[in-house]
Design a protein around this ligand. Structure first.
Ligand code: 1GP
Length: 269
């Protein structure tokens, strides 16, 4: 997957329809299972593979998972070029690091969400991990996708690990200030996160306010379990919907593909 910055345009340029991304946590599954899930998701219409997790990831499991996913995507991409029915471009899906910190990276990733956890109270997640990881990212030529990362209540593990001052569902003024700040910093994206497995996703109110406050590409994830919840977030202004647990709850690749196909259809209905 070459091209200097195709991935920046691909991920960060807003489209007329919202897109779906899966999140694969290398701590939760073997690289081969991760690759099978990634292929099922891309076949269903997912358009980005995020790889990462809040705890339990390291250079080794992240790297092996990314290699397995890249190899499977390349095989399928090659097969698609041999077939007139399947468009090659549909398989050109980026594998993007969504890191817990500087200790869990891989040079085989197409890009990295290079983020500031804006509402963390710890300098470690505001800037320090980024400073540690930046030279590696530059050397490995991984494309950085600059992103403001905001953790909203309930926040889950990432809220705890990241020592976050959570944004409450009705705290629209705060989300607006953060969205404007993210734009002023020159970030390309804003990720509104409720925490993996959250009982409730980020509120439509927060998404709408962020949408009105900035022109950034908005990613929403955490606790989105069905197409209806995804549709609510998309109607409020989300450009990308991320699901982690949903994807990892299916062991059978065909079942996962069917579930995600329905999810994506409903999300954009
Ligand atoms: C977590 O937003 C993602 O970073 C995904 O959350 O696992 O709840 O889908 P879920």
């Amino acid at each position: 997957m070459g091209g200097t910055n195709w991935v920046v345009n691909y991920v960060c340029n807003r489209q007329s329809q919202a897109r779906h991304a899966i999140l694969i946590d290398p701590a939760d599954q073997s690289p081969s299972v991760a690759a099978k899930r990634a292929i099922a998701a891309v076949t269903a219409g997912s358009r980005m593979i995020l790889v990462g997790g809040s705890t339990g990831t390291d250079m080794s499991n992240v790297h092996n998972t990314i290699i397995a996913i890249q190899e499977s995507l390349e095989l399928i991409n090659w097969a698609a070029t041999q077939s007139s029915e399947q468009g090659e471009k549909d398989w050109k899906v980026p594998v993007v690091l969504f890191p817990q910190g500087a200790s869990a990276l891989s040079p085989e990733a197409d890009a990295i969400t290079f983020m500031m956890l804006m509402n963390s109270t710890s300098p470690q997640y505001l800037i320090e991990e980024q400073v540690i990881g930046a030279p590696f990212i530059k050397k490995a030529k991984i494309t950085p996708l600059s992103m403001g990362y905001l953790v909203c209540a309930p926040g889950g593990r990432v809220g705890q690990v990241g020592q976050v001052d959570l944004i409450k569902p009705s705290d629209t003024e705060r989300v607006s200030s953060y969205a404007i700040t993210a734009e002023f910093y020159g970030f390309k994206m804003l990720y509104l996160e409720a925490g993996s497995g959250a009982a409730k996703p980020v509120s439509a109110q927060l998404i709408e306010t962020a949408r009105e406050s900035c022109e950034l590409t908005i990613i929403v994830g955490g606790g989105i379990r069905d197409g209806a919840a995804a549709k609510t977030a998309v109607s409020a202004g989300a450009d990308w919907i991320v699901t982690g647990n949903l994807t990892e709850s299916y062991n059978d690749a065909d079942e996962l593909q069917n579930a995600l196909s329905q999810f994506i259809a409903e999300m954009n209905s």
